[in-house]
Design a protein around this ligand. Sequence first.
Ligand code: PLP
Length: 427
Amino acid sequence: MTTDLKTENTAKPWQRLHEADHELYALCEQELTRQRQGLELIASENFAPSTVITALANVFMNKYAEGLPAKRYYGGCSVTDDLECLAIERAKKLFNSSYANVQPHSGAQANAAALMALASPNDKILALDLAHGGHLTHGSAVNFSGRFYQSHFYGVCDRSGILDYERIAACAKEVQPQVIIAGASAYSRCIDFQKFHHISKEVGAYLLVDMAHIAGLVAAGVHPSPLPWADVVTTTTHKTLRGPRSGLMLWNNADLSTKLNKGVFPGTQGGPMQHVIVAKALCFKEAMHSSFVEYQRQTIANAKALAAEFERQGLAVLTGGTDNHLVLLDLSATKFSGKFAEQVLESAAISVNKNMIPGDKRSPMITSGVRIGTPAVTTRGMREQEMVTIATFIQRALENANNADYLVVLKHEVEAFAANFPLYPEW
Ligand SMILES: *Cc1c(COP(=O)(O)O)cnc(C)c1O
């Protein structure tokens, strides 16, 4: 190891593992190499800035701080209180909300807390079907949300792939849910939160908007915000928002504050991860920067370019395009399943994930679709013209799916292409 000034200034946070535990050091290095070499098109992933990753390694990790600022169950929390208040203020400012809880450990935890606060066991909840782009925590039978609540689902229109608000309203009237959940993991169009608000009010339900995927777009003002319309908004902070792996809850109605805060602690979590709250507060600050708005605009422009190129090549794009950071390929007219396409692309160093499509005849483990997102490649600096190249790589991989030699050559081509967009050059 050289120890010149440059290396010291840009030390990787795991550098000290080099002496302390060489096995762990080697794994961290292997993963950095993997992330650099391939094309990351998983829509829920991103590359947090090295400042955010470095910020995770701090001494707040040692502190127990159950409770809220100035209302803790432990002593020694005065500095922790200042930190958490700063993070809360930044979250409120970024998303223009009256209240925030920055303690959820993840998106799933934020949803557990919100449901704990707004519904009782056996109450009815109504959410987007998993097969139509919903999330496990929105009432799936294999998740707490499907075990503890009576879950009902609305879907997208089978033909267009777009949310049909009239049908959702009719469904809400019939089900009479306690909570309606809007938000998705695999939906490529703008969601009309105002319509969801009216549907919820009409049936006397709470509206929970889970903006996990689009939080960065919302923060940048390039997707309409759910904040004026939802009773509570939950999100992750590591997807388009490009922060640490974590969660967040936001709301405007003071009457819900006690319930929602209690839903997090003591409802569903113990001590908050204050060291992660440091990195979250940093990500909120970075998201207020004009360069972040530019990044989100480019993320959408890239997704649109990708969708247009797929269509030009004759691959079916669900909904015929995209308004956000992701594109859903409908492979049902091809000989490929989503699972097979995912595997073929992986052998060419392209990461995507299989995805159900509306009316899918295959199981969730096989599927007839693929979800492709642009947040990570946009962070690497790629623009529209690179999206055309990526669509071509994908097309070539699928066309030569059974030719292992071809895929090896293509993999090298993909890796050489990715190397033109250095990832973490400071490391
Ligand atoms: C990713 C996601 C979550 C879960 O987030 P985790 O941090 O993985 O727990 C919740 N809801 C939606 C809509 C998501 O896309």
